[in-house]
Design a protein around this ligand. Structure first.
Ligand code: TYD
Ligand code: ZN
Length: 401
């Protein structure tokens, strides 16, 4: 039986997405041999309620110098992080020389806004190339995993931090205890760790099974984060729902008793008692989405209609590998990220092409893998719809729009 990575309690598996590759391991078309695969499955701890992958991939295999994801590819997310930076800065402004650390800053995150606001900061990210791009935007960065050792290094060079912010990173770290140990080492006594990640409640409500990827080791709830924080010497003091990336929760933790606990925490805990125990129903819906999506793509192919993918997301690795969608159903996927273009998707080997390939000529249908950026992408590609093109969605269910 699998043991919980937080509390060693018994983990009950409820969803098996089968043999999967590393979700961001795009490959050169001529170098397909020796690809790494693992079994992607999710379970829930019977003791602390943490939902987690049962067989996580080591962090070093996922987050390395060539990690291709770039936060800056979405204009809406860039705005979201600028807004977030301003709110965070308001919270620390009263302390002269306040110091803010962003964990998993990728190619910028909140750092460009901190640079503009003149706030002392440091970004920490193991993905060297992305971090260099953040430095190119004027930010101070360090290429490292955030843990006790790097936190100690930062503290001795810069002094303690008033605030640590992290987006889409804390849930990616298999050794969650190491993040809290780093925060404990680096934060001032009254300092806060604020992190935002996909929310299990939204994954379930939207049947967003493609949020399950190697990089998403944990699916947080207020219930599970409160318990994990407690075990690691912190207290959950606030939660805030965010309408980005398909539904997230922003968690604020501090040292026990140092901050008032907002009413939002109790509200979320109450809701989760009602909502979260539907893991098996969710797993049953996932199988239905797979059957409907593959049936639709096969019917369109047999009908001579053209279909391409939009957004070579990490999430799309789960969808294409779980559903058995390869180049015979989807001749290419377009994506704006230079580091992905010219490569093929992990496991299913669908070529990734730049966005201008989309209009050359427009396909009859586009399968929207980057559904969490739907508004931004559909606005950008309005000419596709105007030309008679239709979008295929599979979250929350399979539909053509
Ligand atoms: P995203 O959904 O943010 O994350 P993940 O890879 O973890 O699932 O990935 C969005 C992808 O879509 C990314 O590769 C960039 C691409 N993209 C476009 O091609 N065009 C766009 O307009 C946007 C917003 C994203
Ligand atoms: Zn547990």
């Amino acid at each position: 039986m699998t043991r919980c990575r937080i509390c060693s309690g018994p983990v009950r598996e409820f969803l098996d997405l089968g043999r999967q590759p590393r979700s961001d391991a795009f490959l050169p078309p001529g170098e397909l041999d020796g690809e790494f695969f693992f079994r992607l499955a999710v379970g829930v701890c019977g003791d602390c309620a943490m939902v987690q992958l049962t067989e996580p991939v080591p962090a070093e295999a996922m987050f390395h110098r060539e990690y291709p994801y770039r936060t800056s590819q979405s204009a809406r997310m860039t705005e979201h992080f600028a807004r977030t930076a301003h709110r965070l800065v308001d919270g620390v402004r009263d302390r002269p020389g306040a110091f803010v650390v962003e964990v998993g800053c990728n190619d910028g995150g909140i750092l460009p806004a901190l640079v503009r606001a003149g706030v002392r900061h440091l970004g920490v990210d193991p993905s060297g190339r992305a971090a260099e791009e953040a430095a190119g935007r004027g930010a101070r960065v360090m290429t490292a995993f955030f843990d006790k050792a790097s936190a100690a290094e930062i503290r001795s060079a810069e002094g303690p931090a008033d605030l640590i912010f992290s987006a889409n990173t804390v849930s990616h770290v298999p050794d969650l205890a190491s993040v809290f140990a780093g925060a404990d080492h680096l934060l001032t006594t009254g300092g806060r760790l604020v992190f935002e990640d996909p929310y299990l409640g939204d994954v379930l409500a939207r049947t967003a099974f493609d949020q399950v990827i190697d990089e998403h080791v944990y699916f947080f709830t207020a219930t599970s984060v409160r318990e994990a924080a407690r075990r690691f010497g912190f207290e959950l003091v606030d939660v805030e729902p965010l309408d980005v990336h398909g539904g997230q929760l922003r968690f604020t933790v501090g040292r026990p008793g140092r901050h008032p606990v907002s009413g939002a925490v109790a509200g979320a805990l109450r809701r989760e008692e009602r909502d979260v125990p539907e893991l098996d129903a969710f797993a049953a819906r996932v199988g239905r989405v797979r059957d409907e999506l593959t049936a639709l793509l096969r019917a369109l192919r047999d009908d001579g209609r053209s279909v391409v993918g939009y957004g070579a997301t990490a999430k799309s690795a789960t969808v294409t590998n779980y559903c058995g969608i390869g180049p015979e159903l989807l001749p290419f996927v377009c994506d704006s990220t230079p580091a992905k273009q010219g490569l093929v998707t992990p496991g299913t080997h669908i070529p990734v092409r730049p966005p201008d390939a989309f209009a050359d000529p427009y396909p009859d249908f586009a399968l929207l893998f980057a559904w969490n950026h739907a508004e931004e992408i559909m606005a950008k590609e309005h000419a596709f719809g105007a030309a008679g093109g239709r979008w295929i969605r599979y979250v929350p269910d399979v539909r053509v729009v």
